[in-house]
Design a protein around this ligand. Structure first.
Ligand SMILES: [Zn+2]
Ligand SMILES: [Zn+2]
Length: 316
């Protein structure tokens, strides 16, 4: 095999190497020969020796099938990755959902060497045989890492800014949708994105930010078409999308907390303005700042309706 070693050392988990080779061999002309040779290894009596021979055997085939090319190539495409990280570990992902890249940083800043940064890529063995999808996945994931390594992006692991009124999972999901739109927009301009990616990201954006109404597509373009975004831009928009666009707030929206009980909910009272006056007043006595436009969850609405009925009965 020609020497195309990336500058960044890439290490594969042995189990992934084995399973990727098995997946890649399925249906190939050499499969029978491969299987026959592999079966002879089971005959080795010494467990340690057997293990070692299996490992060498699978590594040899992994290289012969050039299964490492996709990752090495994707790393070469984005030079900032090799420049700012020290090694890349590739581990087995049990499912598609768990595929992706993470950045681990050991040792604080300071010093000329700086902190040691390790990339961990998690991939399913079958993905090595899905060449196009694999390339797309790697480009997308490495863009996340390139952003995280770029001081201009200003990435910070803690997402929740001081006093954010939103539950963490909702904020994280909104942030992810924004960041993914920005990354796929960038990849599309490079000619690296699969066709239809804009439609797909726009659909996801519209579903995540139902409060934007007619401004949805214009807001989406702020991210999909952006050339310079920062972590802070994404967080600001995720926390208060209406404010970022200068729109009046009409919430609460699914997943946001109920202003009365504080619990995130997907079931808000549909028309709080039409709650009986006595019920509204009862809520007001507990929450003087609350207005019907702030909304409330159905459970709270039921609770106050019931309390009102009980109260009325007591009085009459
Ligand atoms: Zn992503
Ligand atoms: Zn509530």
């Amino acid at each position: 095999m020609a020497e195309h070693r990336p500058e960044l050392p890439v290490e594969y988990e042995p189990q992934l190497v084995e399973e990727a080779v098995l997946a890649a061999m399925r249906g190939r002309p050499e499969e029978a020969e491969f299987r026959a040779h592999r079966d002879t290894l089971y005959l080795i009596g010494d467990a340690e020796e057997r293990e070692m021979r299996f490992r060498v055997f699978h590594t040899t085939w992994f290289e012969r099938l050039r299964l490492g090319d996709a990752i090495a190539g994707a790393i070469r495409e984005q030079p900032s990755i090799a420049l700012h990280t020290h090694r890349c570990l590739v581990a087995l992902a049990p499912s598609r959902r768990e595929e992706g890249a993470e950045l681990f940083v050991a040792g604080g800043g300071g010093g000329s060497a700086g902190p040691r940064r390790t990339i961990v890529l998690r991939v399913r063995p079958e993905t090595f045989t899905e060449v196009e999808r694999f390339r797309g996945l790697l480009r997308h994931e490495l863009c996340h890492l390139a952003d995280m390594l770029d001081p201009r992006f200003g990435y910070a692991p803690g997402l929740v800014p001081l006093g954010a009124p939103l539950p963490d999972p909702l904020l994280r999901e909104r942030y992810r949708v924004l960041w993914d739109a920005a990354i796929d927009g960038r990849l599309q301009r490079l000619g690296w994105a699969p066709t239809g990616v804009r439609v797909e990201r726009l659909r996801e954006f519209a579903a995540t930010f139902p409060m934007l109404g007619e401004q949805t597509e214009e807001a989406f373009e702020r991210f999909f078409g952006a050339t310079a975004l920062t972590h802070a831009d994404l967080v600001r928009f995720a926390v208060a999308p209406e404010r970022a666009l200068g729109l009046a707030r009409r919430g609460p929206w699914p997943g946001e907390p109920c202003p009365l009980c504080g619990l995130p909910t997907h079931a808000f009272e549909p028309d709080p303005e039409r709650l009986p006056r006595a019920v509204q007043e009862r809520i007001h006595r507990r929450f003087p700042k609350w207005r019907p436009a702030d909304g409330l969850c159905r459970q709270c609405a039921d609770l106050y309706r019931a309390a009102d009925r009980a109260g009325t009965r007591e009085v009459s």
